[in-house]
Ligand binder design. Structure first.
Ligand SMILES: C[S@@+](CC[C@H](N)C(=O)[O-])C[C@H]1O[C@@H](n2cnc3c(N)ncnc32)[C@H](O)[C@@H]1O
Length: 257
């Protein structure tokens, strides 16, 4: 299968893909009929099975998913997570995608501000390039955890770290200017932040690896894969969304050539 953007059903597409070819799949499915996309087909169990088949051993699928909230939570995300284990994936991590700004309010519960990011691996992940963040007080704040049983902290000051590995809760601004600056992307109703895509691509792949998004919508995953010199394949059921993705990527292709 050649790299690029394709319109079509991802299940059919994956059935035609060679086994063990995707180094990272990063995608967000159309869960719980929350939105009326331009066409809809979501046989989850078969998709999960094919995702496992096309994933290269030692590689990762990041599944960004939430629940419909209508008086209570659907817990579709939980069902997905458990089923992924049944088809052979290892639930390497359950990460949180926190939305810094969210307009959705509930009158009798707290405002939901997150989705899950299931990090599913086929065996042990072979690539992990941990992203770092600055420590709050050059690492002083971590000393309290290093006290011995006598309550004395023996960690030498020279060992203090200015950086530490990020936590598994990632927060992003969403909406115009937050998700992306590409106006054309907002012709799609459910774009995820391009920094989210970038952060996963940098974490789980190296340049030249193949990044796959079987439900790519406006092409966020593919754009960030291209900008970071990864190969990419994006598929969406809607020809219209694929056209948006093509135009969106075209604007950057010249810049990186
Ligand atoms: C949540 S959106 C993905 C948005 C994307 N992450 C972005 O940033 O633009 C889910 C997408 O799945 C697509 N879709 C639904 N069923 C599909 C199928 N069977 N095969 C391929 N794409 C499908 C929809 O058209 C929709 O664009």
């Amino acid at each position: 299968m050649r790299d690029g953007l394709y319109s079509g059903d991802c299940l059919e597409f994956m059935r035609a893909m060679e086994a063990g070819t995707a180094d990272l799949t990063l995608t967000s499915p159309p869960y719980d009929t929350l939105r009326d996309y331009k066409g809809y087909s979501f046989p989850f169990e078969s998709i999960a099975e094919q995702l496992h088949r096309v994933t290269r051993p030692g590689c990762v699928v990041v599944w960004v998913v939430g629940d419909k909230i209508d008086g209570g939570r659907s817990l579709t995300s939980f069902r997905h997570g458990l089923h992924f284990q049944e088809v052979g994936f290892h639930m390497h991590d359950v990460m949180i995608y926190q939305k810094k700004n969210t307009p959705f309010m509930r009158c009798n519960a707290y405002t939901n501000a997150y989705e899950f990011m299931f990090v599913l691996s086929k065996g042990k992940p072979r690539t992990f390039n941990p992203l770092k963040e600055r420590t709050v007080r050059n690492g002083m704040e971590m000393l309290v955890h290093n006290k011995g049983p006598d309550g004395v902290n023996r960690k030498a000051l020279k060992e203090l770290k200015r950086e530490k590995t990020r936590t598994n809760i990632w927060a992003y601004a969403v909406g115009m200017g937050g998700t992306t600056a590409d106006k054309i992307a907002f012709q799609h109703p459910a774009v995820f932040p391009e920094r989210l895509a970038e952060d996963h691509i940098l974490s789980w792949t190296n340049p030249g690896d193949l990044v796959f998004d079987p439900m790519c919508g406006s092409g966020t995953t593919c754009k960030m894969a291209m900008l970071h010199r990864r190969r990419y394949i994006g598929v969406d059921l809607s020809e219209e969304y694929i056209e948006i993705a093509r135009k969106r990527l075209e604007a950057y292709r010249v810049a990186i050539a």
